[in-house]
Design a protein around this ligand. Structure first.
Ligand SMILES: *Cc1c(COP(=O)(O)O)cnc(C)c1O
Length: 351
């Protein structure tokens, strides 16, 4: 089995045409992409080629039955121009966990790492080192059999594309606590990074936006009683001086940022409770002025602070705190990711 990556380089880099201070994230891509096909029951023909369109027949199974999963990670550059990934083994393992759930063949870990290393080495100049900058790395796989049969695709295409992420200030967000729609149901695919999970969120999120909220805090689909995630992020609540977050289940995505924040909080001496938490509990805590912070965590925004939440037409406004856990935890996490401090848990991975 020949899994050597063939590399054909772009004749000229596009990087000089990019105004790094002025584009929206996710609309600009680097010079190269990685591609590998699953045909005849095995992954084959891995290659790196100039970023370009791919040709797919309209009958490709991904268009009809949605066999598609993805990952998201970031590469950072330190002051010595070394490029680092953050806990990539976690992403690769989760990629394969998502694949299994969607009946997609797993991608070999060794080839995944070889692809990441070779692609990121080629795209090194695209990893900027200004504060908040990084290169977002998007591996994904799609069902690629040209047949509209409602069964798992026989062929797949695995790809990795990269998009520069520039620093942006999101500000604090207002969120709506779900009491009708759900992101995930027990027994479903909520724990997988399945493309369809995102499609299903757009409509309820648009309705929330029309009401002036940026995101939805998702609750369990059975009773809308337990808090699960904030938008496409895991969610933390600070009650008194304790940090509380839900345990990962089959409806909650096992976020790399989430587990890193839990560890860093413990390292900093902050009490962390991983347990189910109800909507009523945070409403009550807010009324008693014990609810000090809510924040979401994920690779894209790292830590995103929430200032207000509404549930069943009742609005709750969080206080301003001087000793923000969100800021403290984010600063520490970003320092580790960008090689500005020690890495006690060996999370950095050098490219
Ligand atoms: C990707 C994702 C997260 C965050 O995961 P990270 O590994 O921290 O980036 C959280 N929730 C959902 C639904 C996600 O898709």
């Amino acid at each position: 089995m020949d899994l050597d990556i063939q590399i054909s380089r772009a004749s000229k880099s596009k990087i000089d045409q990019v105004d790094f201070g002025n584009f929206s994230f996710g609309s600009v891509f680097t010079d190269h992409m990685f591609e590998c096909d699953y045909v005849d029951g095995r992954w084959q023909n891995p290659k790196i080629a100039p970023y370009q369109s791919i040709s797919i027949e309209p009958s490709a199974s991904v268009f009809h039955y949605g066999q598609a999963i993805f990952e998201g990670m970031k590469a950072y550059k330190d002051s010595n121009d070394e490029v680092w990934l953050f806990r990539p083994k976690e992403n690769v393992a989760r990629f394969n966990k998502s694949s299994v759930r969607l009946a997609i063949p797993e991608f070999p870990e060794e080839l995944f790492f070889d692809a990441l290393k070779k692609l990121l080495t080629l795209e090194k100049d695209w990893v900027k080192k200004d504060e908040g900058s990084a290169l977002y790395v998007r591996p994904f796989v799609i069902g690629n059999e040209f047949a509209i049969q409602a069964s798992p695709s026989k062929n797949y295409k695995f790809m990795i594309i990269c998009a520069p992420a520039t620093p942006y200030y999101v500000g604090k967000v207002k969120v709506l606590v779900a009491d009708k729609f759900s992101r995930a149901a027990s027994g479903g695919v909520g724990y997988a990074k399945a493309a369809g999970n995102y499609a299903g969120q757009f409509y309820p999120t648009n309705l929330a936006k029309e009401k002036g909220f940026q995101q939805i805090i998702w609750t369990d689909s059975n009773e809308h009683k337990y808090l699960e995630e904030a938008g496409t992020m895991n969610v933390f609540f600070r009650i008194g001086d304790k940090l509380v977050t839900a345990p990962v289940t089959d409806t909650i995505l096992d976020g790399v940022t989430r587990k890193s924040i839990i560890q860093i909080a413990k390292d900093l001496g902050i009490d962390v409770d991983v347990r189910r938490i109800t909507v009523d509990e945070i409403k009550e805590a807010s009324r008693n002025n014990e609810l000090k912070e809510i924040f979401g965590t994920g690779t894209a925004a790292v830590v995103s602070e929430i200032s207000e939440f509404e549930h069943k037409d009742e609005l709750f406004v969080l206080p301003e705190v001087d000793d923000s856990y969100a800021k403290k935890l984010k600063e520490r996490l970003v320092s580790i990711q960008t090689n500005k401090c020690e890495d006690p848990h060996s999370w950095r991975y050098k490219i």
